[in-house]
Design a protein around this ligand. Sequence first.
Ligand code: ADP
Ligand code: MG
Length: 362
Amino acid sequence: MKLDATDLRYITSDEFRVLTAVEMGSKNHEVVPLSLITQISGLRNGGVNKIIGSLAKRNLVSRVQNAKYDGYRLTYGGYDYLAMRAMSKRDTMTSVGNQIGVGKESDIYIVSNENGDEMVLKLHRLGRVSFRTIKQNRDYLGKRKSASWMYMSRLAAQKEWAFMKILHEHGFPIPKPIDQVRHTILMEFIDAYPLRQAGLIHGDYNEFNILIRRDTGEPIVIDFPQMVSTSHTNAEWYFNRDVECIRRFFKRRFRYESSMYPKFKRTMAQGVADFKLDVMVEASGFTKKDMKTLEDYMEAVREEERDDSEEDSEEEEEEEEEEGKESQESRSEIDKDGGVASEEEMSRGRKPVSEDGETTPS
Ligand code: ADP
Ligand code: MG
């Protein structure tokens, strides 16, 4: 997806109000009715009609017609825009450059600030895959009746941010975390090549997530949304999988097999247990419950991919439409922790859209 940041700073305040109203309405409507957008934005009818049209033309929202009513959906472009605008208001980033990475669940851009310092903006893109299994197994979502792409992407960014902060504060070799808004993370740009290109690792996901600094050769680790605590039920399994990945590489590439390699229990006993990462991350505000929600979501996606790899996408689209209708009826609660002010609060005027576009208490 291409990012268009040309008018990051020059959107009119009314346009911004309407865009934010669509975001807020999305909290409990898959398709936000125009009447609700008008109500939340607090603008006149005619004005909103015109503005929403221009936002749709710029792909910040998309118009959706369903059986009951016409409405609008915030697009990834719109969500990106809101996040980047908030960062640009805080002066942490001011312009967007080239895309340097496309993961299945993220897009990576080079961006810069007023001083021209290059940084990396990581936009999480959970929910690019179908939500079918997730909707079937939605118990874990509790009161939240649907796993929205906005919510899951934001959780992933918040989790990654929480881990990056803690790791950075403790001197681990990772990119310096700079800012976090919605589904995005702003971090230090590492001028590097992936370890896989250095000919040292291939064959598993680690090869992409260890960067070798061009100047010093220092390895820098990136990509943390899947990180787990050493007290996680399956910690030993995750630990062994990572170790195995490196061992397999040395075996294949250098025919080198050592009997000495990190073992989970011994490593834990050697004082790693003093480093209570999970506790620190939780203290930072990313709770165990958030972690579990995200983990279950990721697991559900993986399961779905395994099960349905042969099914054709047309069928999936149809089913998704069906599900969309269903979940609209069942969704009436206002999320307390969804990251934006509730529309109720907005329409009562208790929580106006703040200048930096952030309605989340941070
Ligand atoms: P994903 O979860 O999609 O794998 P990553 O965080 O691993 O996302 O980023 C994808 C790719 O983007 C990386 O493999 C790397 O090439 C590049 N990249 C990510 N963060 C940085 C960074 N801070 N500096 C330089 N390159 C980066
Ligand atoms: Mg990666």
